[in-house]
Write a protein that binds this ligand. Structure first.
Ligand code: ATP
Length: 281
């Protein structure tokens, strides 16, 4: 079977453009702005695209308003999204009206309503609500393989065949568990361990400490993909910033595993791509 080679070039360029507009928003006026709201377990990210779906601005904040994909601090979540929205509106000199959001796969009936209400409560018109790995694939554009989104609280798995999502799953293991392991191993308070883990210069030292928890994530991935003919795994989500995570997952699953340069902002950008100007029913 001939296989397409995903280069990540477009994705890497888009993410690096987004990283630069976080620091320096594009202030030339656009006729419309599309915002993606990623309300995560560890981090709330707003990605703003212009009328041509090019990154215009972005902001994020580490927060504790969602656990295992569920909104646990509803008022806190609205406040953070509203504050980030206002911060971006001030930088862009315009009101942000349209937004889309995402939820971990499978939590739709439980929590989709809460996420929608948070986005509306913050003052947006919500135009789309999709699952996280599917959002990530709006940027990656994978036709065949598994997109695995390892976030703060959960790992989302989406299997694609000929460009269609044929299976989605979400499991409550993610970067928060990595931080707990660091906290235990180094006798550090959780917040300190979380910050220590995020520093790239510590990754080489941390990889052996984190290997067992990465292998646990790999075993979760294996369990979900075993009934499908998956030839490649594509990693996204903040936890995949950990240098070397892809090698452990590849070895443990036996499936070629790849990731873009900065896997952290792929899902928020994918969410923004699905935003339009029509309010959801
Ligand atoms: P979820 O998708 O589970 O709801 P989330 O959307 O908050 O969570 P992401 O924003 O994709 O998840 O990722 C957040 C996680 O990524 C956190 O656990 C954070 O510690 C981790 N993370 C972020 N940057 C890095 C880094 N440079 N190195 C290692 N881990 C990182």
């Amino acid at each position: 079977m001939s296989k397409e080679e995903i280069t990540f070039d477009g994705c890497n360029e888009l993410v690096s453009r987004f990283e630069s507009v976080i620091h320096k928003p594009v202030t030339e006026k656009s006729s419309v702005y599309y915002t993606g709201v990623d309300l995560g377990t560890a981090c709330v990210v707003l990605a703003v695209l212009d009328e041509n779906y090019k990154p215009a601005a972005g902001a994020y904040r580490y927060a504790d308003v969602v656990r295992d994909g569920m909104v646990v601090d509803y008022i806190g979540a609205i406040r953070i999204v509203r504050e980030l929205k206002e911060e971006l509106e001030e930088k862009l000199g315009t009101e942000l009206i349209y937004a889309s959001a995402a939820i971990p796969p499978g939590t739709d009936s439980l929590d989709g309503g809460a996420i929608k209400n948070v986005v509306q409560g913050a003052g947006f018109e919500i135009t789309a609500l999709l699952d996280e790995p599917t959002a990530a694939n709006a940027v990656l554009k994978i036709k065949n393989g598994a997109v695995v989104d390892i976030g703060g609280g959960t790992t989302g798995i989406s299997i694609l065949k000929d460009g269609k999502v044929v299976y989605v799953a979400d499991e409550p293991t993610g970067g928060t568990h990595f931080s707990l392991v660091v906290s235990g191993a180094y006798h550090m308070p959780f917040a300190e361990a979380e910050a220590y883990k995020r520093k790239e210069e510590n990754h080489r030292e941390l990889l052996p400490v984190l290997k067992p928890v990465v292998e646990k994530v790999a075993s979760i991935i294996s369990r979900h993909i075993k009934c499908y003919d998956v030839e490649e795994i594509y990693l996204v989500g903040g936890t995949c910033c950990l240098a070397g995570i892809e090698q452990i997952i590849e070895k443990q699953t036996g499936v070629r595993t790849r990731k873009p340069q900065n896997p952290m902002f792929v899902t928020p950008l994918g969410i923004a791509f699905s935003c339009n100007q029509e309010e959801m029913a």
